[in-house]
Ligand binder design. Structure first.
Ligand code: GAR
Length: 189
């Protein structure tokens, strides 16, 4: 059976592209749609390149949830992967996809999570913190930002001389290495 995964992304979409490319020759997974909340996000360019239709929904649609749920049902979506998606996932979706929505966070949760903690904001906070390590957290999504059960974490060292950009590069490398693998292990059997 093929598992149909919808990817949600708000920004550049490099994780989304990496995930799709990782499973190109794997018939267990299909990525029928990419969903965004930003019409001008670079993810739409990437989606064209990897031949996946991408759609934008308004903030209101994401607050209500029903329009998104109807859309996902139309495409017979089984699971959702948040890859740099910055809005809260509506409860309607969380209830409709129990343990079927996962997120990647660019830090070692429970540190540096919650509202407003995304992308570069996280790396700036880590750089200013004096922490000697950062990393990634892949977790289930529940109704609270970044609080769902943790599935996997990986660490990277942070040096006192590291800039937020340097930390971001290390974290992205971990994301590209582990996110597709964890998806495969979680849902591929
Ligand atoms: C990734 O680093 C991801 O972990 C982060 O946004 C970046 C998106 O990069 N997600 C969050 O901060 C969620 N709170 P990408 O668009 O190039 O994949």
């Amino acid at each position: 059976m093929t598992l149909k995964i919808a990817i949600f992304a708000s920004g550049s979409g490099s994780n989304a592209e990496n995930i799709v490319r990782s499973f190109l020759n794997d018939s267990k997974f299909e990525f029928p749609i990419i969903i965004s909340n930003k019409e001008d996000a670079f993810i739409h360019e990437r989606a064209k390149k990897i031949n996946i239709p991408s759609f934008t929904f308004s903030r209101e649609d994401f607050v209500k949830g029903e329009p998104i749920l109807t859309f996902l049902k139309k495409y017979e979506i089984d699971c959702i992967v948040l890859a740099g998606f910055l809005l809260k996932v509506p409860e309607v979706l969380i209830n409709a996809f129990p343990a079927k929505i996962i997120n990647i966070h660019p830090a070692l949760l429970p540190k540096y999570g919650g509202k407003g903690m995304y992308g570069h904001h996280v790396h700036e906070t880590v750089a200013a913190s004096g922490d000697t390590e950062s990393g990634i957290t892949i977790h289930y999504v529940n109704a609270c930002y970044d609080e769902g059960n943790i599935i996997f974490q990986a660490k990277c060292p942070v040096l006192p001389t590291d800039t937020p950009d340097m930390i971001a590069d290390k974290v992205h490398a971990l994301e590209y290495e582990h996110f597709p693998r964890v998806i495969g292990e979680l849902w591929g059997n």
